[in-house]
Design a protein around this ligand. Structure first.
Ligand code: ZN
Ligand code: FE
Length: 257
């Protein structure tokens, strides 16, 4: 399996996932068709599937254009998003599996950003859309804070340390600026922030991230840490102490940041 990040729009990533044994490929979250078509032509692969993590336009905007060129594509998304994803063919839920070429995918439902948000897993990689970002997480648009907390910490929180996280937007530098506000004394956050500034200054992207790094530096996965609890109190002095309440307080702070 080979993963090719395809920058789209101003800060989105689509990902071309290639089965090197069969030459077939799937694309995660094609924001727009032209850059994805270019990546397909450059790699010389046959597109057979679209994998949509959720229904937002900046993740499905290229579905129609790809379907126009490639016809018979399988289009995967959460079963509840059947009416919200162009060309939808296969509804999925936690535990469901499918293949692209000989690559085996499985699915985790992680509602919060949207009610139908899912993560695709294959060969130690997780394609998380707008649920888990490098050093951050998506806004809670359709679910509740409790739901998003559980999706990040219980569902995605079960992924092994070495899992590579392929996220939906290049927001990493700003996310770390916020993480440094939440945990001003964290050496791990400062070190990662410095490294990401260098990466971005060199014109490179920060995808993928690694789960172990997220556990060390992503405040939204660290709601039980004393420093993050203290950060939540700064943002919302009346907030409760449970990890889900801490999550709600810092997510609200990030929305205003
Ligand atoms: Zn979104
Ligand atoms: Fe998005």
């Amino acid at each position: 399996m080979k993963v090719v990040p395809v920058p789209c729009l101003s800060d989105n990533f689509a990902y071309l996932i290639i089965c090197e044994e069969t030459g077939e490929a799937g694309v995660v979250d094609p924001s727009e068709a032209p850059p994805v078509k270019q990546a397909i032509a450059k790699a010389g692969v046959k597109l057979t599937a679209i994998l949509n993590t959720h229904h937002h336009w900046d993740h499905i905007g290229g579905n129609k254009g790809l379907l126009a060129d490639h016809g018979n594509l399988k289009v995967y998304g959460h079963k509840s998003d059947a009416g919200r994803i162009d060309g939808f063919t296969h509804g999925l839920d936690t535990g469901d599996t499918f293949t692209v070429g000989r690559i085996n995918f499985s699915v985790l439902h992680n509602p919060g950003h949207t009610t139908g948000a899912i993560t695709f897993l294959a060969e130690g990689c997780a394609f998380t859309g707008d649920t888990l970002f490098a050093a951050g997480c998506g806004r809670v648009f359709e679910g509740t804070m409790e739901m998003m907390y559980a999706s990040l910490n219980d569902v995605l929180g079960s992924l092994p340390d070495e899992t590579r996280i392929y996220f939906g937007h290049e927001y990493t530098e700003n996310n770390l600026r916020f993480a440094a506000e939440v945990e001003p004394d964290s050496r791990d956050v400062q070190d990662r922030w410095a490294e990401v500034r260098k990466t971005r200054a060199a014109g490179r992207f920060t995808t993928p991230s690694v789960m172990a790094e997220e556990r060390r530096t992503n405040p939204f996965l660290r709601c039980a840490a004393p420093a993050v609890k203290a950060g939540a109190k700064k943002a919302d002095p009346g907030s409760a102490d449970s990890p889900a309440a801490v999550f709600g307080a810092i997510r609200g702070w990030k929305d205003r940041f």
